[in-house]
Design a binder for this molecule. Structure first.
Ligand SMILES: *[C@@H]1O[C@H](CO)[C@@H](O)[C@H](O)[C@H]1NC(C)=O
Ligand SMILES: *[C@@H]1O[C@H](CO)[C@@H](O)[C@H](O)[C@H]1NC(C)=O
Length: 485
């Protein structure tokens, strides 16, 4: 079978690679992520995350490790603390897509308006547990509504069939604990906080609340059915209590290992329902940690300076300047190129597309098949803005396009792939195959993007370009001519 030989080649390659181990082993509270799990664990999460991009041999990374693990422990149940080993071959393109230039790089990733489209910010604060914890807590989404006597009725009437929870407290600020609870039940329980001042007595009286803090659950959303929680103000038993009304979302912030085991029963609840909650708490962590089985050996290279990666450092090459862009893709004699256009602040589409393109390129190489080249064209290259504006593409968004200077056409990956953020290897391969086979509509390049005066290529140049004229490209050109008729 064709496949089995590819597998043998891959296995041989893998066997030749050095054994690799990250800084964080499976017992670490820090969650290991990679290009594949990032989307599910971080980008799709309703939680804020901090992600460390590191290399196991980097001295600053090792120095940060104890503080980072301490921060992860403090943030258990409140936020995700994750790390990506950028030295791992399969992660290089992913780290490059985030514009990582030195190690360690810390980024805070918080949920955006659209699920799966998080907001990515650099963390440049102190590399201490406290600095990290404070910064992450500050970026936690606050879904807890502040309610007062005069707004209580309106709040209760809103979505009156939805379960509600109210914390009566003497604190004006919303705690990280309450924020995390509102995130766990986002979409199923509306959470509010009523501050116990003399002004808000009516609310207290309405529910017969006499002391603070008190957590009240209205499973049917209506005031008549209040259930009072009288356990400890700790995350796990509170989640268990609220689970009477609704299941928490599947993706919880990793909890401390020990709290996962204790299953305190809340009072006066249907224990069948409530007992589902602890099983869900921490699934994300456990799942990831089980994948990571290696222990850190003593790294061989010791260095104190952050190491500068090629910028960015994807497996596919980057067109560094306009001259390279012109030479490889925008010349009057250049063949087909696939360009991953990465904006100033790289988004998830770009990062994922670079991973997918790198994997496809690697696959072709393993199979000894020729394919036209794939390049990263980032906003750092002045040619980026020119291409984007000539093709009328939004400057701030990642794009994947195919372009052919000699034949003066271009084509973009389907809008629906971009809208659904499906830039998986499969989706991109479909795009690449369509271009290989000359299928689908191409657009004419606008005038001005490719230099006008076309000289006849000298014989030497024509010879030189021959290797690029692979059977694959010939096939494409043939179909193209047919299309043009
Ligand atoms: C809930 O809201 C709907 C629509 O706003 C209203 O028709 C209904 O009477 C309300 N139910 C209660 C119990 O207030
Ligand atoms: C995020 O919140 C929505 C409700 O707004 C919920 O449906 C979804 O499951 C949550 N996502 C995760 C990953 O838990």
């Amino acid at each position: 079978m064709v496949q089995s030989s590819a597998i043998t080649v891959t296995a041989a390659l893998l066997a030749a690679l050095p054994v690799h181990a990250g800084l964080y082993n499976k017992n670490s509270p820090v969650v290991q992520v990679d290009g594949k799990s990032y989307d599910r664990l971080i980008a799709q999460s309703n939680y804020t995350s901090i992600v460390e991009f590191y290399a196991p041999w980097c001295g600053h990374c090792k120095n940060l490790q104890p503080a980072y693990e301490k921060a992860a422990k403090s943030l258990a149940g409140l936020a995700k603390v994750a790390a990506v080993d950028c030295d791992e071959e399969s992660n290089k393109a992913f780290c490059g897509g985030f514009g990582v230039q030195g190690f360690p790089t810390l980024k805070i990733i918080k949920p955006g308006k659209t699920p799966g489209k998080p907001i990515v910010e650099d963390y440049n604060g102190a590399r201490t547990a406290k600095g990290i914890v404070d910064a992450v807590v500050e970026k936690m989404p606050n879904l807890v509504k502040k309610v007062e006597d005069k707004t209580l009725e309106k709040w209760l009437a809103e979505a009156n069939e939805t379960a509600k929870a109210i914390l009566f407290t003497d604190k004006g600020k919303t705690s990280a604990l309450m924020k995390s609870i509102a995130i766990d039940f986002k979409g199923s329980i509306q959470v509010a906080q009523i501050r116990n001042t003399d002004k808000e007595k009516a609310s207290m009286e309405l529910f017969g609340i006499t002391k603070v803090p008190t957590l009240l659950l209205l499973p049917g959303g209506k005031e008549a059915q209040g259930l009072v929680y009288d356990g400890e103000l700790k995350k796990e038993p509170m989640v268990e209590f609220l689970s009477q009304a609704a299941e928490p979302n599947p993706d919880l912030a990793p909890a401390k290992a020990k709290t996962l085991k204790s299953k305190s029963k809340p009072k006066d609840t249907d224990s069948k329902k409530a007992s589902k909650a602890p099983a869900a708490a921490g699934t994300a962590t456990e799942e990831v940690l089980e994948e990571e089985v290696t222990e850190s050996p003593t790294p061989e290279v010791e260095t104190q300076k952050p190491i500068v990666l090629p910028d960015p450092a994807p497996t596919i090459s980057t067109l560094e300047d306009e001259a390279q862009l012109a030479a490889h893709c925008l010349g009057d004699r250049t063949g087909t190129c696939i360009l991953a256009l990465l904006p100033e602040s790289p988004d998830e589409i770009g990062a994922k597309a670079v991973v997918s393109l790198s994997e496809i390129q690697h696959k072709y190489k393993l199979l000894h098949r020729n394919i036209f080249p794939f390049y990263v064209l980032s906003a750092k290259n002045p040619g980026y803005a020119k291409v984007k504006s000539a093709l009328k593409l939004a400057e701030a968004e990642s794009q994947i396009i195919a372009i052919n200077g000699r034949r003066s056409w271009w084509r973009q990956i389907s809008e629906s792939a971009l809208a659904e953020k499906d830039v998986s290897q499969e989706a991109i391969e479909g795009f690449v195959d369509a271009i290989r086979l000359g299928e689908g509509a191409k657009q004419k390049l606008p005038a001005g993007l490719i230099p006008e005066e076309a000289e006849e290529p000298s014989k030497a140049e024509a010879e030189e370009r021959k290797p690029e004229e692979t059977p694959v490209i010939v096939e494409e050109v043939k179909t193209e001519i047919k299309d043009e008729l």
